[in-house]
Structures are given as C-alpha cells and as structure tokens.
Design a protein around this ligand. Structure first.
Ligand code: GLU
Length: 255
C-alpha cells in the first residue's frame, strides 16, 4: 500500500538541537520496517523554517516573509541532510521534492509531480516533500504542510495518510489548556461539526493546528482510504497504526 506520512515542525527540532536526530532516527527505522513489509512510503516533512529559526536562535517565528524565506532556505538543507544521514545508515536514500500548492491546481504540473514521485519510489528512494518556501511568498503566507500532505496523498492515490504531531491525536477540547480534554480515537468526518471539537492554534514553529488537518481530511478522504493523526514521538507509532491498534485518532468517511 502507498502511505504518506506527514511530520510536523515541532517534532523535527528539539530544545537542545537544531534537528532532533533522535527523532529522525526513530522515524527512519520505522519507515525502513514498513518498507520491508512491501509498502511504499512518501514523507512530507515540515521543519525548514523551524530549523532556520533554531540556527539563528529565534524563539518567536518572524512575521516578515522575506526573513522566513531566508530562514527556510538555510533550514531545509539541515533538515534534508539529517534525513539523508539517518536513511543512509540504513542503506536507504532520501530524495528531496519541493512543491508549491499552486502545482496541484494545474493538470500538467500535477501529472509531473505524480510521475516524479513514482520515479523516485521505483528507484527505491524515499521522497521527502516540503513546500518550496525559499522562493515562494505564497507558500509562506498561505500554505501549510497538512494540506500539502493531503494533496500529495490524493494525487498518488495513497490508501493511508498519517499526520504525525506532538499531540496524541484529536481531543474534544484543546489539551494544552484543558485538563479534562479527551482523546477522540475515531471520527467520522461527517460528524466533525456536531462533535464541536476545539481546533486550537498552530505551534510556535509551524502553521497548522487541527484546522488544517481537517481541511486535509476533507480533501483526501474517500470511501477506501483513511487518516490517522497521532503522536510522532510515541514508540512504534507507525507499526501500531498499520496493525490497527487503538492509537491516535482515526478519521474516515462515514461507513
Ligand atoms: N513548509 C514549512 C516548513 O518547512 C512548514 C509548513 C507548516 O508548518 O505546515 O517550515
């Protein structure tokens, strides 16, 4: 099966390091296992701006688009190199794919992306997709990788989209400000509004939050595919999802 895994900015950096190598190791080892089971894996990784911010020791995300572009240009190198190092130690190759949201609105460009991802997978490498932040003001102002991962998963007709974040999944209330918040383990997309989920804000490094994850779900979900939103730092999270253990939040269309 084709699996798209989206990795959020808050996971790829740590307090102590620019790139959280321990986290990338953990993910790469799991990706290797999944590939060995015969699945094709595409990663969509945020973190270019976050890594740039860390390198410049910035604690607040700048608002200035030019500054963000420059930070992403620096950060993307460190990010992709860190993935490359981890995959290399497992005998694998990472392949960088930088995309614009606009690309998906154009039939020929969409077809090219689909072909390119297929070619990389056929080569046996692991596509690592991010927004083309350094040259596009549009990506930085409007884009987000949750929706990018939904677009990629839809385009390549992936059966499973896994959105890894720093929370255990979708809660009924914002868990960062509410102790009674409960994890929702399964959501039918059509019930979303009646559940009155508090969608919360994005973290300090990226964009997103739950709102963009649901927009990705609305775009991607069809009868025969599904999305998990889960904690990327949890041990064996990818394998647990494949084994359909009750982890994170499973989002589907109504059965
Ligand atoms: N493309 C951005 C980056 O790599 C992240 C976008 C997002 O947070 O969704 O920094």
């Amino acid at each position: 099966m084709k699996i798209v895994i989206k990795i959020g900015s808050s996971l790829v950096t740590s307090e102590a390091e620019i790139v959280d190598k321990e986290f990338l190791k953990k993910i790469s080892v799991q990706v290797d296992k999944i590939r060995n089971l015969g699945h094709e894996v595409v990663l969509v990784s945020s973190g270019a701006i976050a890594c740039g911010m860390k390198a410049w020791k910035l604690t607040n995300r700048p608002e200035d688009v030019e500054k963000l572009q420059a930070l992403s240009a620096v950060g993307q190198i460190g990010l992709i190199n860190a993935y490359q190092d981890e995959f290399k130690s497992l005998g694998l190759f990472a392949a960088q794919v930088l995309l614009s949201h606009e690309d998906f609105k154009d039939t020929i460009r969409s077809k090219n992306i689909k072909e390119s991802i297929k070619n990389i997978l056929d080569l046996g490498a692991i596509p690592i997709v991010n927004e083309n932040d350094s040259v596009s003001t549009e990506e930085i102002e409007f884009g987000d990788n949750d929706q990018l991962s939904g677009n990629v998963a839809k385009l390549i007709r992936s059966e499973l989209l896994i959105i890894l974040t720093d929370q255990a999944g979708v809660y009924d209330k914002d868990p960062t400000s509410n102790e009674e918040a409960e994890l929702l383990t399964k959501i039918n997309l059509s019930d979303k509004d009646s559940l009155e989920i508090e969608l919360g804000d994005s973290g300090k490094y990226g964009r997103g939050g739950m709102k963009t994850k649901f927009l990705a779900a609305e775009n991607f979900l069809e009868k025969n595919n599904k999305i998990y939103i889960a904690n990327g730092r949890a041990d064996n999270i990818l394998m647990d999802i494949l084994l359909e253990k009750e982890v994170g939040t499973l989002i589907k269309l109504a059965e």
